[in-house]
Design a protein around this ligand. Structure first.
Ligand code: ZN
Length: 294
């Protein structure tokens, strides 16, 4: 259910923010004291005064919504539309009457505040990577792309504007992750698999060479499928869930054409959040999204 009542006015959006922000009680953003009293209002927002440090603040103080030129109802509508319907900022600009620049800045700020995924792997784990085209927006590449030489299977790198994105599926917990990287090499893979609840961790991969060292390591029990041999799934040993998860990512990135590689991380985090909210009713989803930025 689309939470239309929240977007109806700044006051109703402010009300939702107040609910989410202080769900565990009021707290001073400066000194963390809970000795806080209501102290008038700042436009649509409740204002407070800390009895410990004397500072006054309101519902927006210290959040990504503070000092926004755009009303909170419009901002929440923008975040909601991005997460739910994958609306591009260009399109949002046509839907709500605000300056494209401010909107763009706020939406990106929203995505930037989302936490990095915390991996805590149980296994068996599928891991796979794919490559997206993400260069420096608005700037011609000033170099001829280098000869691939020995680069593994002609896969891309961050420098070549084809950064790798890892997809990890933990079959033990059902969690799925998408994580961009500078390159698809052994040290990156080790870092991604670092947080594991048990050893050896069962890891399923394809035949990509960078996964080979895992086979020599007692901390892992690595099994792989070789796609080139027409062998796609050997009973449980496959990376099909990774591939289907990865296939959702291309349509997610495509409305935001020309995402630069340094912004890939934030768009992937928004994608993670979108997936978490997928089955939640509209108002719950929006509350969850607000909470994720606090
Ligand atoms: Zn205080």
């Amino acid at each position: 259910m689309f939470p239309v009542e929240v977007f109806r006015s700044e006051a109703s959006a402010a009300n939702l923010l107040e609910q989410v922000r202080w769900r565990e009680g009021l707290q001073c953003p400066r000194c963390q004291s809970e000795s806080v009293i209501k102290y008038g209002s700042y436009r649509e927002y409740q204002r407070y005064r800390c009895k410990n440090c004397g500072r006054t603040f309101n519902d927006k103080t210290g959040t990504i919504f503070a000092h926004a030129k755009i009303g909170l109802d419009k901002l929440l509508f923008a975040f909601y539309s991005l997460l739910r319907f994958n609306t591009s900022i260009r399109q949002l600009d046509a839907e709500i009457d605000v300056s494209y620049r401010s909107l763009h800045r706020r939406v990106e700020r929203f995505a930037r505040t989302l936490d990095a995924p915390q991996l805590d792997l149980v296994g068996p784990v599928e891991i796979d990577e794919f490559y997206v085209s993400a260069g420096k927006k608005g700037r011609e590449r000033d170099q001829e792309s280098r000869s691939r030489g020995l680069s593994t299977r002609g896969r891309g790198t961050y420098e070549q504007d084809k950064p790798p994105v890892f997809t990890i599926v933990d079959r033990g917990t059902g969690d799925r992750y998408v994580i961009p990287a500078k390159s698809a090499d052994e040290s990156t893979i080790r870092l991604l698999l670092e947080n594991r609840q048990k050893e050896p961790l069962t890891v399923y991969t394809d035949g990509f060479r960078a996964y080979d060292p895992l086979a020599e390591d007692d901390a892992f029990d690595r099994e792989y499928v070789v796609h080139g041999d027409g062998e796609y799934a050997n009973e449980n040993v496959h990376v099909n869930t990774c591939e289907s998860h990865g296939s959702l990512l291309r349509p997610w990135l495509s409305p935001h054409r020309g995402i630069s590689k340094d912004k890939l991380t934030q768009y992937l985090r928004a994608f993670q959040l979108r997936r978490k909210l997928l089955r939640k009713p509209g108002r719950e989803a929006l509350k969850h999204a607000i909470k994720a930025t606090l």
